[in-house]
Design a protein around this ligand. Structure first.
Ligand code: VGL
Ligand code: ZN
Length: 211
């Protein structure tokens, strides 16, 4: 079934950065496979917004900042349970750069997130304290946009949290599943799809839009 993309719909491309691609410090399996598909999808959208995970080198989400902890362990922070990651997307490093294979010259905005040392931010809308906003909702509302279509990395973290916050903010949100890839740590992918379904996030495949 074909979904018609409208002129006011927005494609949100999440964290297609070298550290999440093969060879990167937090490489998502098959992450590179989605880049040509994202480029193709982006050609159908007048409006495209990118997000960029952007951390200081001593970011609190890095296992290296917590004595005795290893990547994929968790720790309790003021705002809740935090998964600890390998150092990744450190600003001004190659790993933090958006893939040069993205071919989306008409992208209108890049939202950086995770730049506060003490707060992680998977979501493009708000930080993990669930209080500090990135400004993305304000931007989209001011632009009076239509539906949001979310793609990128990783399905179960930054894509899911962005989709969930978009839905909570009153947007009509769709995730294009085959234009995402997952980290899938400890059942996180199943949980993410369950959470998104419960929030009314629509799940489609790229063929639903492209064919
Ligand atoms: C992400 C873990 C840590 C993501 C970002 O883009 O999904 N995951 N930082
Ligand atoms: Zn991060």
């Amino acid at each position: 079934m074909t979904i018609a993309i409208h002129e006011d719909d927005v494609l949100v491309v999440v964290d297609v950065q070298y550290d999440f691609l093969p060879g990167g410090s937090l490489a998502v399996s098959g992450g590179d496979e989605i880049v040509p598909l994202i480029n193709k999808l982006a050609g159908r959208f007048k409006n495209v917004v990118l997000t960029q995970d952007w951390h200081p080198s001593d970011h609190i989400s890095f296992a290296s900042q917590h004595e005795g902890k290893a990547p994929f362990d968790t720790t309790e922070l003021d705002y809740g349970t935090q998964v600890l990651w390998p150092d990744h997307c450190v600003w001004q490093t190659k790993g933090a750069e958006l893939s040069r294979d993205l071919n989306i010259p008409h992208a209108q905005l890049i939202i950086r997130k995770g730049y506060n040392r003490a707060i992680d931010s998977y979501s493009g809308f708000q930080e993990a304290d669930r209080q500090t906003l990135t400004g993305l909702a304000g931007y989209l509302n001011e632009r009076d946009v239509g539906r949001l279509y979310v793609v990128g990395l990783a399905t179960d973290f930054c894509v899911a949290w962005t989709a969930l916050d978009g839905a909570a903010g009153g947007f009509d949100v769709t995730v294009i599943e085959d234009a995402t890839r997952a980290i899938d740590a400890n059942g996180s992918l199943d949980q993410a799809w369950a959470d998104m379904a419960a929030a009314g996030v629509v799940r489609v495949m790229s063929r639903d839009i492209l064919e």
